[in-house]
Design a protein around this ligand. Sequence first.
Ligand code: ADP
Ligand code: MG
Length: 731
Amino acid sequence: MGNEQIRRDAIAAATAWSMSNTPGSSPQIRVDDEFGADCFSLPEMKERLPKQTLRALLATIERGTPLDEDVADLVASAMKSWAVENGATHFTHWFHPLTGSTAEKHDGLFDPDEKGGVIAQLSGSNLVQGEPDASSFPSGGLRPTFEARGYTAWDATSPAFLVRGANSVTLCIPTAFVSWTGEALDKKTPLLRSMDALSEQALRVLRFFGSDAGVSRVHSTMGCEQEYFLVDRNFFNARPDLMLCDRTVFGRVPPKGQELSDHYFGAIPARVLAFMAEVEHELYRIGVPVKTRHNEVAPGQYEIAPIFEQANVASDHQMVLMETLKRVAPRFGLAAILHEKPFAGVNGSGKHTNWSLSTNTGVNLLDPRDETHTNMQFMVFLCAVIRAVHLHGDLLRSAIASAGNDHRLGANEAPPAIISIFLGDMLTDLIEQLEKGTPTRTLKGGQMDLGALTLPQLPRDSGDRNRTSPFAFTGNKFEFRAVGSAMTAAWPVTVMNTIIAESIGEIADELEASAGKSPTPAKTQAAVRTVLKKVVKQHKAIIFNGDNYAQAWHDEADERGLPNLRESADAIPVLNSRSKVALFKKLKILTKQEVESRTTIFLEKYVMQIQIEVGTMLELARASILPAARLEQQRVAEAIAAAESVGVESTGERESLDELVGLIARFKAAIAELADANEGFPDDPKKAAEHVRDRVKSRMDDLRELGDELEGVVSADLWPLPTYRDMLFIK
Ligand code: ADP
Ligand code: MG
């Protein structure tokens, strides 16, 4: 069967799917399904655990006190009964190795009972600790392969859940993953450590203001807006680049892209809606509070956002959410693509990561309240964020570096690689007042009159949204918008927690030094005024409310001394710089070795991803595109020969042929250039990343440009790949 036939079949199948209203073979949504039915949640534990055990467990969850063995045994037994009653046969310690995905190794819950039957068992030690063979996970030199021991340790703060397959139910126990010497080999461990550090420092501020009554912990909260693409699975399977790289390395942008903005927030196509409903249903069952769904800017692009939770739980839920999108899509004949830039010429995908601070009593510490100028405590936290982002914007940039995200940052669709903060009018005014002395007013937005009597009067926010800012204050939280759609949110949030904890700590030191630990109101006011004034003066350069896409901002940012790290090759190594190592060490988030190993792993992953892309490009160019171009050349040549054999002159056709031959020659030369650069990768990961930056990327771009040009001239029936039009517009 020729390629053209495959493509035709794929289009026919995709069209049939998109025209049918049946949401696949999967079960329909059941309204009677309880939220969290497949999650070992607090109500479930309350029912099954003795009061004392529950209390001990809650102390671990809420205050981080260590769990003793007897408690672990009882919890394990209750968890096992619950899981088995719900059909589970296996359990797994579920963890986040540094690959950026999740890992699991399943063990049976049932053992022979020596009477010819079986008995379900899960001991406390099974629950609390596991020992998967760690040798195949990246450790960046932390653990030589011969010493492969790695341990998983139960994270009681994140609820266990059931994963249902076609004929299997597995109990998933969220765990941290560490080496036998205790070094973190995963993304969860440092996140938990950073949450501890943040809590410790934030509590100092609450105590200083005397607002710590009943508060034992401050959590970082996180809510992610996940963007993704859906394409028909038949097309996905016919595109080796999507299969291997999760993005297209060739592909001509169709005459219609996103120019009309007719897709954004538009009606959701029937098949997509059915898919979304099923994803939400699965997530609901395991306790992921998904809330919003809509079309995104690019054709074929969508978004799903859960309600925020404690960062650690939200991060686990974020991982399950990404897996669920991938897993459910095939049931509807679709493929979910999480890559940051699967298609050139239309918007890429991000994962806006919303972040705030909340007490265990439920108070959002970044809520400015009505009369913000009187809310000194809020201003302390706000200034801590400003200071942190100014001092460590380069580290934030480093935390979101990846081969995929490099395509977004700096293109005019996503925030640039320059990290700055958007505050909006009200807070900017407040900061200016702080710099001059004591704030005396809070700007108000007023009412919005819609000009029709039947429409309500809406309160107007005191500032518009600024979609171009990488780090924006949005009402009562910060939104880190530069995070890429395919990454785990755990690491960027770990970095946010770390740098902000450090700043809160520094500000708390100064406040306490100038006013004492529990000062009078007058002393408090005076100390806050002096300290914050200084912070604003030193760090206000990070605030930028204008258009982040404009060239003028790039120039201005340069004058302000803000780093602009366009390439991962420059951004990733920031992590391993002396000041960042010291920062992580000071707050006990990561040791020097852990920072080093992470830097190595991130660089290696970056390089490997590019190498896969280059390999895929070369293969497609040589084995698919070039042969099609040759056939086209032959076809034109034959047409000319045929015309001329009957005495018809074909000057125009001869010109086309010349052009085509020239284009093919340039394409071949570009293949050779890229192949040549591909041979020259140094072993050292940092040098290899620089090799990508200096030698590989531009050649990939050149080859792509010529390939896409060929797509524009080769007859449609000869073109070997599904086109952008097929993939983006057949829904
Ligand atoms: P938008 O950013 O488009 O205005 P929303 O206001 O709905 O959208 O918020 C987007 C995300 O921010 C959601 O996941 C939401 O749960 C999350 N979010 C809201 N408040 C907080 C908070 N205090 N901490 C962390 N995330 C939050
Ligand atoms: Mg948002």
